[in-house]
Structures are given as structure tokens and as C-alpha cells.
Design a binder for this molecule. Structure first.
Ligand code: IVH
Length: 751
């Protein structure tokens, strides 16, 4: 995708062209979505194009096209999947919440079957997997299609995606001629964490929980994306079968296991309600260590002939029930609200709660997000919780999902003490007393104290020594915090870490004589610190803890500038332009306000351009600024933050003191120059089957290629998968070498 030029940096002419290009791309993508099975792009790319289009339109409202993609109802990705009518309906389960409900379930079954209370009647009990159900149809032992549940009658055809799941066999031996296997697609906790970490690294959205991640991954238009996401499958039921699988549920599950499906190892046969409840407790006890999400236990009548007799109600079988785990919710009193100050000065409100057990864990702190959340407003100023605010003394509902930090979800106004007062969010920093300011468009209020704020200083130091940054053995968060408060060997800024050995030598109460330290550990610490005097540029950049500059951005900056002197020179040169652009942003914002008050259309770009013209930016500064914001992965917001940090006298002095202590700042590893694609500009189009787009891009870049989003005269090579459209046409016109995915893999030696 052509993200080379940031929206904020587009000239009017460029913006007009870009809107035309985007209208074209999105129209074609829509056709591909609705048409055959050859979607052109992933959902993520589609969304990114749409967002870019909307952002350009927001900046240049007068350039909006008559056929603007923003006015078209986006193709619902779901419609891209064909529909499949289930041969046997896919049902849901009725629920039990208490042991008493399970007793009733057993009683009603006995009554339906006219069985005495003491007549033998067995049930299976197994975990209820929190994923999404899938029906797999096999004919003559071959997987012919896979469908989601949908409304139970028809579901979506996700066959291509299901085929990429390792735990779903595509061939069966000794299976009935027709066999529909049903079960749950899910993602393990470990895979979920890793996926979210990858998404964060790539600047893509993360998933709220494993269920959403599994659903999002299964319902991908691009099967290559599904393939790259580690989905799993438990078989627990079946639909149409041309010959019975077995006589009992337990045997049928064993048969599915023998056919090669994963079946849940916690499935047990129970001969009484007491045994069912006992197994429910056992599963509940193991819940936290299973490694995947479950939300209850399912009981099924074991005898399949009895299941047949019991049959169905409208949407649920009579022979099964889901015994749900208690919700991870609890009510308790809010005893206080503390404010924590983070590395970038963000003031985060934390609820101090009267301790309460939520889903088996004692909770006494929970996040309150930010001041709007406390006041009952969401991120866009909309009402949340019906506009109810949260006050100290209130009864609040605490919510805990998986391992995430507990949240305060709701408040009970009927229990609000009379004297409870609306919470006043501090406008000064509780740690250093500096003004705490909330900038336009920021949900967060921040301490302006910078390094004079002890909380920010300590958090910055912790960040500096963290894994992705300096990663100094023996010097973790706990140790730097102790050094920060140490009277004899204080560490108040990163440079102080590197002077520790020299200062310790002069110090009478040597580190080696202190509690918790000894000769060896002190020596090892100094040694570990010295080892980090040679440090990769990206780690140093990231370690500075500048707002918006994460690990990936630090890497991008290091690659772009290639050396420490280059980046500091560039930032200094760009400073006048940075200030002018901030002023222009403010002028644009002021114009928006005034226009709104006066009820006329805002001339935002005029205001911005006038401000920029007035600033009379020196050409060298304009050039340095343009080079910075157009660098891969860097945008104007990050650029401004960087510029501010390096232009701040205190911060800059601290950075310079640190750099003076270092022996070498290693430039980024030079990209491979001996690969066949080094230095070439490559474009990928169409769908890739053996790798995701992101993987392809990363691999190409590692080999020294530059990956572009659109074909132009500068393109050296087009890699076109199935469904390649206009890019392939354009490449042909321009006589650009075009190869397919296998050709690419052969070329780079990955085949
Ligand atoms: S049996 C005819 N067993 O729960 C009954 N369902 O709330 C077929 N589920 O739609 C379902 N684990 O997606 C069954 N061990 C399990 C299950 C399970 C999860 C899901 C399934 C179903 C939903 C009903």
C-alpha cells in the first residue's frame, strides 16, 4: 500500500491523485469481494485503504469525490463467503448455572423417558470450549466443505481456511461415506499472546480475547492469513452421518479420536448427578491451567438411542445442557482512587477496592482507565454506563476476564452514600506538583514535570534497563528504583548507571558491603554495565523512552538514519519545521473552531498553509522534516514527539551525558547486499498462499529489497498471486518483470 507519503504531508495535488487512486482500488476490491473467490486484498488492507481515504477527505473536504468510497456501504466481508445450508441444523445448548439446575435436567430427562429416579442413566461431561463452532463435511473420506454455524440453518463457507488448520484432517480413512464432524475452533492462550505481540509489532489491531482472535482468524478472506494464525479444533459432535458412528456418545467421541480428530481429554462418563457435579468441579479447578478458554461443562446423555428419543426443542437438544461457570464479576466498595504516574507522565487512575473474590482471585485494585471513564464518558465523548460517574464510596462492579487487569465496569447508584462527591481528577501531578495537562484529542492527562518528576524519572529508568532496551543483567526495575533513592550511589538518569563503578570506587560504604550485595554481585553488575557500552542504535533509541517511539519505530529510525550523528543532526536541522508544523496544526484547529461557531465551512488547509507560509521555514529544515516524516514507519505525530525530546534542553543534556558514556553506538545491521533482490523495489499483489503479506514484506526487506504498495516506473519486480488485477496490468504495460509466488520463493532460495 502506498503509505509512503503521510496524509499530513500530502500536497493538494497529491491528495487529489491519491483520492482517485484509492477510489479505484476500493471499487475493485468491492467487486472482488462480491464476485468469485478471488479476493484481492486482506480485510486489514481494505480497512487501511478506507481509513487513508477518509483521512485525506478530512484534510481536504473540498476534494471529496462524487463516487467517494466513504459514502458507499463497505462490502461486508461476511458476504464474501458463500453460504452453506447445514444438512442437519447446528443447535445451541440450554444453560444450567447451579447444581440444582443439573438435578432438574436429570429429572426432566427421566420424566420424558419415563425412567425411575434410580434407573441407570449415564451422561458424558466435558469442557465447554469458548471458541466458535464449525461443521466439517466429509464425503468418501475427503473434506468437501467447512461451514460456520451462522444462524444454525445456514453458515458461511470457510473451507479454504479450515483446510489450513493442522488439527482438521482433510482425508479420513474408514469413515462413513458421509460424515459431518462438528466441534469448536479455538486459539490457545500462548498462541493468542504471541499473535497479539506480533500484531502490536506490526502496528495492527490486537484482539480482546482468544475467542475473538479465533473468529477473526477463521473468517479471513485471505486463507494465507488464517494459515499463519495457529488455530486448533476439538471435535465433540456430528451432523449428517450415512452410518452410525457408535451406540453411545462416549464411543462416538472415541471413534472421532481414532479418525484423527482432537477430542477433549477431560471427557468423562458419569453415572449420577453427583458424579457430574464432581467432574464439573474438577474441570473448574483446572480451568486456569488448561491453556485455552472454557466457559463451562457440557453434559450429554450417553446412550445415542435415548438422544434420538429425546430429540430437540426449537433450538436446543433435550439431551444436553451447558453448566456454566460463574461470571467473573463481583460487587464491592470503592475505597479510594489513586493516581499513578507513568514514564511519559500519563496520570492513570487506579481503583482501591475493598478486597473481593472475582472468579477465584482476590482483587483489591482495578483500572479506571482515565478521567472521562470515571465521569461516565467514552473515548468519543459519548455516554458510557448510562452516563453514571464513579465516586469514592460507591458500590462498583469489578470485572475480570482471563489474565487482564481487572476493570471497574459498573456502579450501583442505589447504594451511593449521600456524602459521596464527584471525583475531581487532579490537575497537578501527585508526585511532583507540576501542572498536569490534557492536550486536545488526548484521553490522558499528563504531568509536565519531565525529569524533575520522580515518578517519570523512575519509570523512565525502568524502561531504560528493560529487556527491549539496555537489558542489563542484574539491573532490573527493582534495582534501579533502589538506586534512584540511594543517597550514596544515586542513579537519577541513564548516564548515572555508567558512572556507578567509578563512583563506587570513591565511595566509603561500598556496594559490596551492602545488604543484598556482595563482592561478586557488585563486580558482576559493573561488568554487565560495561558490556552495554557498545549498544545497537535501535536499542538506545528505544531505551530513551520517548513517547510514540516503540521498538519498531526505533528500529525504523536507526535504519533510516544509519547512525547516531546522522539522526541528531537531522533532528536539529528539522526543528524550525517541526515548530512551524505544530503552529500550523494549531491554526487549523483554531479555524475549525471559529468556522464551527460561525456556522460556515472550515478552510482548514488554507489556515494551515497560511501558517506554514508565514513561518517561512528554511529550506534545509523543510527538507530534513520531510525526510523524517516520510521515512518508513514514521509519521508527523512521532516526528514531533522526537523533535520535542531532542530540543528540550534538560532532556538533550541527559541524552548527551549518556552518549558520552558509551563506547560505540552500533549502526543497524546492514541489510543483505548479496541477495538477488537487494536494492530492488518489489510489489506484491493478489493473494499469497504460502505466507502472509506481512511475512512476505518482512522477508523481502530482510533480503535488502524495498517493498512498495503500487506499481510505478521505479518498480523492479511484481510478485503476483491469484486475483492480481490492475497492478499486474500496469506492470505489463511498463514491461516490469512479473513472477508468481513460487517464482519468488525460488528466486530468494526459500522454495
Ligand atoms: S455440543 C447439539 N459440546 O457451545 C449440541 N457444544 O452454547 C451441539 N460448545 O454452539 C453442541 N463446547 O459452539 C457441545 N463440548 C461441547 C462444546 C460445545 C463448546 C459450543 C458450541 C455450541 C455452543 C452452545
Amino acid at each position: 500500500m502506498n503509505e509512503r507519503v503521510a496524509v499530513e504531508a500530502l500536497t493538494e495535488d497529491q491528495a487529489r491523485d491519491e483520492l482517485g487512486r484509492l477510489a479505484d482500488i476500493l471499487a475493485r476490491a468491492n467487486t472482488a469481494y462480491h464476485g468469485d473467490d478471488a479476493p484481492e486484498m486482506s480485510d486489514a488492507d481494505y480497512d487501511a485503504f478506507k481509513q487513508r481515504n477518509a483521512a485525506i477527505e478530512a484534510r481536504f473536504p473540498h476534494l471529496k469525490r462524487a463516487d467517494s468510497p466513504s459514502d458507499q456501504v463497505g462490502a461486508d466481508p461476511v458476504e464474501a463467503f458463500g453460504k452453506i445450508r447445514h444438512a442437519v441444523r447446528m443447535l445451541s445448548l440450554s444453560n444450567a448455572f447451579e447444581a440444582e439446575d443439573v438435578v432438574d435436567f436429570d429429572r426432566s430427562i427421566r420424566s420424558y423417558l419415563n425412567l425411575k429416579a434410580d434407573a441407570p442413566l449415564a451422561y458424558t461431561a466435558e469442557p465447554k470450549i469458548d471458541g466458535l463452532s464449525l461443521s466439517l463435511r466429509y464425503e468418501a473420506g475427503r473434506l468437501v466443505h467447512a461451514a460456520t454455524r451462522g444462524d444454525g440453518v445456514t453458515g458461511e463457507n470457510v473451507t479454504a481456511n479450515a483446510r489450513t488448520i493442522d488439527e482438521i484432517p482433510t482425508r479420513l480413512t474408514d469413515a462413513p461415506e458421509v460424515l459431518e464432524v462438528r466441534g469448536e475452533v479455538y486459539m490457545s492462550h500462548a498462541d493468542f499472546e504471541a499473535l497479539n505481540a506480533r500484531q502490536t509489532d506490526r502496528g495492527q489491531k490486537t484482539f480482546a480475547n482468544p475467542r475473538n482472535a479465533a473468529a477473526g482468524s477463521l473468517r479471513q478472506l485471505d486463507a494465507a492469513i488464517t494459515k499463519a494464525r495457529p488455530l486448533r479444533f476439538f471435535a465433540y459432535a456430528w451432523g449428517e452421518v450415512s452410518a452410525p458412528l457408535a451406540d453411545t456418545q462416549m464411543q462416538a467421541i472415541d471413534r472421532l479420536g481414532a479418525l484423527g480428530f482432537a477430542v477433549n481429554p477431560l471427557t468423562r462418563l458419569c453415572r449420577s448427578v453427583d458424579e457430574m457435579i464432581a467432574h464439573y468441579r474438577r474441570i473448574e479447578d483446572q480451568r486456569a491451567t488448561l491453556g485455552y478458554d472454557i466457559d463451562g461443562v457440557v453434559y450429554k446423555v450417553d446412550d445415542l438411542a435415548l438422544q434420538q428419543r429425546l430429540g430437540f426443542r426449537s433450538t436446543t437438544p433435550r439431551w444436553a445442557i451447558a453448566h456454566k461457570f460463574p461470571a467473573e464479576l463481583a460487587w464491592t466498595r470503592l475505597d479510594g482512587i489513586d493516581i499513578q504516574v507513568g514514564r511519559t507522565g500519563a496520570l492513570s487512575p487506579v481503583a482501591r477496592l475493598h478486597p473481593v473474590t472475582v472468579g477465584g482471585v482476590v482483587v483489591s485494585n482495578a483500572t479506571l482507565h482515565n478521567e472521562d471513564y470515571i465521569a461516565g464518558r467514552g473515548a468519543k465523548g459519548e455516554e458510557i454506563r448510562g452516563g453514571k460517574d464513579i465516586r469514592v464510596g460507591d458500590w462498583v462492579q469489578v470485572y475480570r476476564a482471563g489474565d487482564v487487569i481487572p476493570k471497574v465496569a459498573d456502579v450501583d447508584l442505589s447504594k451511593r452514600p449521600e456524602e459521596a462527591e464527584p471525583y475531581r481528577f487532579p490537575d497537578t501531578c501527585p508526585e511532583c506538583g507540576s501542572p498536569a495537562i490534557r492536550e486536545e484529542g488526548d484521553a490522558v492527562r499528563r504531568c509536565t514535570g519531565g525529569l524533575i518528576c520522580p515518578a517519570q524519572a523512575v519509570e523512565k529508568l525502568k524502561h531504560f534497563v528493560s529487556r527491549g532496551a539496555m537489558d542489563i543483567e542484574g539491573l532490573g526495575a527493582k534495582q534501579v528504583e533502589a538506586f534512584y533513592h540511594d543517597d550514596h550511589l544515586p542513579v537519577t538518569e541513564p548516564a548515572d548507571i555508567f558512572t556507578l563503578r567509578a563512583r563506587d570506587a570513591e565511595n566509603l560504604s561500598k556496594l559490596a558491603n551492602r545488604d543484598g550485595w556482595g563482592e561478586t554481585s557488585a563486580k558482576n553488575l559493573f561488568q554487565a554495565i560495561d558490556e552495554k557500552r557498545i549498544i545497537p542504535m535501535a536499542r538506545l533509541m528505544f531505551g530513551l523512552g520517548i513517547r510514540h517511539v516503540g521498538e519498531v519505530a526505533a528500529e525504523d529510525l536507526a535504519r533510516h538514519y544509519g547512525g547516531w550523528a546522522a539522526i541528531t543532526t537531522a533532528l536539529d536541522a528539522a526543528r524550525p519545521a517541526a515548530l512551524a508544523h505544530r503552529a500550523a496544526d494549531e491554526a487549523a484547529e483554531a479555524e475549525r473552531q471559529v468556522a464551527q461557531d460561525e456556522g460556515r465551512r472550515a478552510r482548514v488547509s488554507d489556515a494551515r498553509n497560511a501558517a506554514l507560509a508565514e513561518a517561512d521555514i528554511p529550506p534545509r529544515a523543510a527538507e530534513a522534516w520531510a525526510d523524517l516524516i516520510n521515512a518508513d514507519g514514521i509519521g508527523p505525530v512521532m516526528a514531533l514527539s522526537l523533535s520535542d525530546a531532542f530540543a528540550n534542553d534538560h532532556e538533550r543534556a541527559a541524552i548527551d551525558r549518556l552518549v558520552a558514556e558509551l563506547t560505540e553506538i552500533e549502526p543497524p545491521e546492514s541489510r543483505a547486499t548479496d541477495s538477488p533482490v537487494a536494492g530492488k523495489t518489489v510489489v506484491f499483489t493478489g493473494s499469497l498462499e504460502k505466507m502472509t503479506r506481512a511475512e512476505a514484506k518482512a522477508r523481502a526487506e530482510a533480503l535488502g529489497a524495498k517493498v512498495a504498495g503500487s506499481v510505478s516506473a521505479k518498480t523492479d519486480l511484481l510478485v503476483a498471486g491469484p486475483g492480481a488485477g490492475s497492478k499486474a496490468k500496469k506492470a505489463a504495460e511498463l514491461d516490469i518483470e512479473t513472477i508468481d509466488e513460487d517464482g519468488w520463493l525460488t528466486l530468494i532460495g526459500d522454495a
